[in-house]
Design a protein around this ligand. Structure first.
Ligand code: TRP
Length: 325
């Protein structure tokens, strides 16, 4: 049987090339082999304050980005989390199974809550339970996630196993899918740190909707390390990162990239990287524009219906097991 995968992204901030190369590009590749569900997790977005009009717009814009990246609604199910109310319902149920201690160990809460538990929202604290609900509703086999979400996936597995043990077999226990080529793209300004949507310094990220001029400037100004050769070298995080972006955008092998830039300096390399990035972004941005709201809704509505058919079955079984229905 075809295995099922589930993943999602939050409609907050602008997506950057790190999100594309680290996640979306893999989602696109995975839809050939798996039955894929790709969700726009707007209920996760409100764990931090959002401007309502901006959130509404960002939710549809993220759908446009999934589609422009190549997520194919003929093969994958694309939907908005809040269109399937079972996500919130299962999250409540699982919150009665989860333990304070296990949530307190989540490192992302400590980061996002800025260490101030007194002031942090409760939703930010219980956020990983909603993520577990997302995944478990679909009897998911595999979850493509980055390193920063692995801990949440462990929690998801623990909750599924606990429920199955206490109430009988109900959930498939999902595995993480960490793609081999799933490079974690770093900031252009601080190559020790991840390229991040919430980075205050926009110069560190190439956004998917940046224009050609901006992209070229950002790449020109990207920090470099000592040494002059253009090589993959973990001890030189700046060039390692830039060359990785080049490799993934051009779909070349490592050896090809290195051979191509042998004897060339940073100037020539950066010019080519800028060109490759602009060449990628131009048609991407054209595709983003093609999806007007009407076209989007014609994809998202059936997506939600298909998702709901599965999610409601899982939730009905959970309620039955618990004595709720
Ligand atoms: N928590 C994820 C993030 O911040 C987004 C997410 C929500 C997710 N639900 C998910 C990812 C389910 C994978 C599977 O990036």
């Amino acid at each position: 049987m075809t295995k099922r995968i589930f993943s999602g992204a939050q409609p907050t901030g602008q997506l950057h090339i790190g999100n594309y190369l680290g996640a979306l590009k893999n989602w696109v590749a995975l839809q050939d082999e798996y039955e894929a569900f790709y969700c726009i997790v707007n209920l996760h977005a409100i764990t931090l304050p959002q401007e309502p009009a901006a959130l509404r717009k960002a939710t549809l814009d993220l759908a446009r980005i999934y589609l422009a990246a190549g997520v194919d609604p003929e093969r994958s199910t694309i939907f908005i989390q809040s269109d399937v109310p079972e996500h919130a319902e299962l999250a409540w149920t699982l919150s009665c199974i989860a333990r304070m201690g296990e949530l307190e160990r989540m490192t992302q809460f400590k980061d996002k809550g800025k260490g101030n538990a007194e002031r942090a929202g409760v939703g930010l604290f219980t956020y990983p339970i909603l993520m577990a609900a997302d995944i478990l509703l679909y009897q998911t086999d595999l979850v493509p996630v980055g390193q920063d979400q692995k801990q949440h996936l462990e929690l998801t597995r623990d909750l599924a196993e606990r429920f199955n043990r206490d109430y009988g077999e109900t959930f498939r226990v999902p595995e993480p899918y960490i793609p081999q080529a799933g490079a974690s793209i770093k900031s252009l300004q601080e190559p020790e740190r991840k390229m991040s949507k919430s980075d205050e310094n926009a110069a560190g990220s190439i956004f998917l909707l940046d224009d050609a001029d901006t992209v070229t400037k950002k790449i020109k100004r990207a920090v470099t390390d000592s040494g002059t050769t253009i090589e993959f070298d973990e001890t030189r995080p700046a060039i390692n990162n830039l060359l990785t972006i080049y490799r993934l955008l051009t779909n070349k092998r490592e050896e090809e990239c290195v051979a191509h830039f042998a004897g060339k300096g940073y100037g020539a390399f950066k010019a080519e990287l800028a060109e490759a990035t602009v060449e990628f972004l131009r048609p991407f941005q054209e595709r983003v524009k093609q999806y007007d709201d009407e076209t989007l809704l014609a994809i998202l509505k059936p997506g939600a219906e298909k998702a709901r058919a599965i999610a409601s079955e899982t939730l009905a079984n959970v309620y039955l097991k618990l004595g709720i229905k």
